[in-house]
Write a protein that binds this ligand. Structure first.
Ligand code: NAP
Length: 308
């Protein structure tokens, strides 16, 4: 027998890769009675309609959020304050306001001032994604076996946390709960800095005068190819991530630079022991990730999706 829907009226603000993946799975498994889709550009809305991602479509945020028991923001993290302001007066009491943004402290600071006391703000972040964007990029299995991190405030209603948590589990995710600041520091290391490094190395390689761009492309080895995939990620999304997780990124970059200098010294002075020890340690870390089921032991990671 089919389970009853978790939400009566679910509103997705933003219907790109993540929003459309939520919509597809929620539709497939009947997780919401009605799905309201809201996006600003006509072409995105038309495409969402063609793909049958929702039941109701509107570009007016004030209309979209009315009578909803759950609203999930699936937009770049730089756009939250403006959207928060536009939805504030139209929220139903008891409604869960959540999101999928890659940064969490800033999301709370942008939304909180606009929200009435009688709604539940429970931010979320699915650690799942690809380098593709837009409504066509979504697929219903994106969240399978991937973590979704929830960062509710300490005084949040446990029932609301349970409800959004069961929604993410129904989408296929494993769920963990943590503080927003902790989330931002962890993700700075595991996701944001790796993206910054990829953006940097791809830029450096194509700028090098003695190696023409065509040779970079022609002879690109697998290490560089992996970086180019990450560096193809959406520029708006990633610009906003760095603008909104500035402190944690700068803190972790400081550590990263010190460690890089240590490796640089080892290369300069021919310290093979140090390099060997370091590379052995990092290989063990990869083994740990495979053992934890977050990666499979195949070339090219066995898949073509990246994580954010
Ligand atoms: P996406 O495919 O580029 O879609 C973005 C959506 O947000 C579109 O519906 C777009 O609407 C809307 N949007 C863009 N700028 C906006 C603005 N200024 N105001 C209002 N709406 C705006 O993006 P995505 O990859 O789904 O990412 C959405 C969120 O998920 C981001 O916060 C990101 O940090 C987070 N996230 C992404 C990944 C990933 O791998 N991509 C993984 C985990 C979490 P129009 O097309 O109508 O302009």
């Amino acid at each position: 027998m089919n389970k009853p829907p978790i939400f009566k009226r679910l509103c997705l603000i933003g219907i790109g890769l993540i929003g459309s993946s939520i919509a597809l799975r929620a539709k497939r498994d009947g997780l919401a009675e009605t799905i309201v889709v809201s996006t600003r550009r006509k072409e995105t809305m038309d495409r969402a309609r063609e793909l049958n991602l929702g039941d109701v479509y509107t570009d007016k945020v004030s209309e979209a959020v009315k009578n909803c028991d759950c609203i999930i923001l699936c937009i770049p993290v730089g756009a939250y304050a403006a959207i928060g302001e536009r939805m504030a007066e139209h929220l139903s009491p008891g409604c869960i306001i959540s999101d999928v943004g890659s940064v969490k402290r800033s999301v709370i600071e942008q939304l909180k001032p606009h929200l009435p006391e009688n709604v539940h703000l429970i931010p979320g972040h699915p650690i799942a994604g690809t380098e593709y964007s837009g409504p066509d990029a979504g697929f219903s299995t994106l969240f399978d076996e991937r973590w979704c991190l929830l960062t509710p405030a300490e005084n949040s209603d446990p029932k609301a946390i349970d409800r959004i948590s069961s929604f993410w589990k129904a989408l296929g995710s494993k769920v963990d709960v943590m503080g927003a600041d902790h989330h931002d520091r962890v993700l700075a290391v595991t996701s944001h800095i790796p993206h910054l490094i990829a953006y940097n190395i791809v830029g450096t390689a194509s700028d090098l005068e003695e190696i023409t761009e065509s040779e970079v492309i022609k002879f690109s080895a697998s290490g560089f190819r992996d970086f180019t995939r990450i560096a193809a990620s959406d520029p708006v999304m990633w610009r906003d991530v760095f603008l909104h997780n500035k402190d944690a990124v700068l803190e972790m970059l400081g550590r990263f630079s010190e460690d890089l200098s240590r490796l640089q010294r080892a290369v300069r002075w021919g310290d093979g022991d140090l390099l060997f020890e370091h590379f052995t340690k990092t290989r063990d870390i990869r083994r740990g990730i495979i053992d934890a089921g977050q990666e499979i032991d195949k070339p090219n990671f066995g898949r073509d999706v990246t994580e954010d």
